[in-house]
Design a protein around this ligand. Structure first.
Ligand code: NAD
Ligand code: MG
Length: 382
């Protein structure tokens, strides 16, 4: 029994991943049952034992009581504000409702805003924290795989405008991130797969051992093995943290943070074409976008065909969408091209792409001939 108890204690010990930034360093804490230990984990980092939790109805029903009682254990006061789930809530209207509720109650500068939820809650609550009283302390408790590996690292916060996604925002780094892999147990499988696509993306950009790890352990991650989930989150966060540390405010003209968009120019075009209505999740679009970015690189003579095949084999072995023809919707090439030309990443009128010279060898370029892009879309089933 001591051996069993030791193993239990070990599995309960969270991993700490420091994210080093120009002005400060914070930890991404990764492990099981972190929400129920949030009081002890957050007490040392909060400037004052007072918090405002922002969550959505779905996540709130599952984890809000647990979080509030855990905070209460170390004397941390909390008030909760709940939004409707979904991308639609990343709006000026919801932002206004939240800031009104916070200011009406009388808040002080050292009260911490805690985001409890997926990327929607994280981006919105982060923007509320960044702007209310010119900046309140902020903590992220991401509850989707996507938000644990992607949106909770990097400091980007924001809301959508009628002119496009994420066009109103600010950089606002958290005091701490608690990535509780136990919370993923209630996540719908499609959402889990969508988050996993961003992990595969990280490996394909520049971490060959992460991609190899995915080839061996991807199935266990999607089967919710807690150790594998924690390890996947750790590796993907570590990768993103390295990229972000080198280019904190996306000022580098090439490479740097721009590499994180591997598969995204194609992915965004597919998503935009379906109108962000939930038929295609962002991560599903990225999964197909990864294949397209590799296909384009092969077509341009930059990447061995064998590497493209390896990517497609991995995605298909897990039942992930790998080609446009896998989707039950049809797309017109001219419409997809128009979305890509409108992408906010466009500079000086040229299409910019993240391409690859092979697995884990991504780079950015700005002079991809449109004709080659059309050919790739056609060959993939558009
Ligand atoms: P989301 O926040 O909409 O969550 C997806 C769905 O899962 C929601 O319905 C939510 O209620 C539900 N949910 C969340 N956690 C759950 C849980 N543990 N159990 C059951 N259900 C749960 O979506 P997302 O994929 O987490 O995030 C997408 C958002 O993230 C987008 O708005 C995107 O722009 C943003 N994003 C931001 C960054 C960044 O750097 N800031 C990076 C990537 C994505
Ligand atoms: Mg993404």
């Amino acid at each position: 029994t001591t051996r069993v108890m030791e193993a239990l204690a070990l599995s309960r010990r969270p991993l700490r991943l420091p994210v080093a930034l120009a002005r400060n360093t914070y930890d991404v804490v990764i492990g099981s049952d972190l929400i129920s230990r949030a009081g002890a984990l957050l007490a040392p980092v909060l400037p004052r034992k007072d918090t405002i939790i922002i969550t959505d109805e779905t996540v709130g029903a599952l984890y809000l009581d647990k979080l509030q009682s855990a905070l209460g254990e170390t004397g941390i006061a909390s008030r909760a504000l709940t939004i409707a789930p979904g991308e639609h809530s990343k709006s000026l209207a919801t932002y206004q409702r939240l800031t009104d509720a916070i200011l009406e109650h009388g808040v002080e500068r050292r009260t911490t805003v805690i985001a409890l939820g997926g990327g929607v809650v994280g981006d919105l609550a982060g923007f509320v924290a960044a702007t209310t009283l010119r900046g309140l302390p902020f903590v992220q408790i991401p509850t989707t795989l996507l938000s644990q590996v992607d949106s909770s690292v990097g400091g980007k916060t924001g809301i959508n405008s009628r002119w496009g996604k994420n066009l109103i925002g600010a950089f606002h780094q958290p005091l701490c991130v608690l990535a509780d892999v136990s919370a993923l147990a209630t996540l719908p499988r499609r959402e889990l797969v969508a988050g996993y696509a961003e992990i595969v993306k990280s490996g394909l950009i520049g971490d060959e051992s992460l991609f190899e790890w995915c080839e061996k352990n991807g199935a266990a991650v999607l089967a919710q093995d807690p150790e594998c989930l924690a390890e996947a989150v750790r590796q993907a966060c570590a990768f993103k943290a390295r990229v972000v540390a080198a280019d904190e405010r996306e000022e580098q003209k090439s490479d740097g943070r721009a590499l994180l968009n591997l598969g995204h120019t194609f992915g965004h075009a597919l998503e935009a074409e379906l109108g962000y209505d939930g038929r295609l999740l962002h991560g599903e679009a990225v999964s197909i976008g990864l294949t397209l970015a590799f296909s384009l690189s092969v077509r341009l003579g930059l990447c061995p065909k064998a590497d493209l095949d390896r990517v497609v084999t991995h995605l298909e072995s897990l039942g992930m969408p790998a080609h446009i023809r896998d989707l039950p919707y049809s797309f017109r090439i001219t419409d997809l091209m128009a979305h890509m030309q409108r992408d906010k990443k466009m500079q000086d009128g040229k299409l910019s792409f993240v391409l690859v010279r092979g697995i884990a060898r991504a780079f950015t370029t700005r002079d991809v001939p449109a004709e080659q892009v059309r050919e790739v879309l056609l060959a993939d089933g558009a």
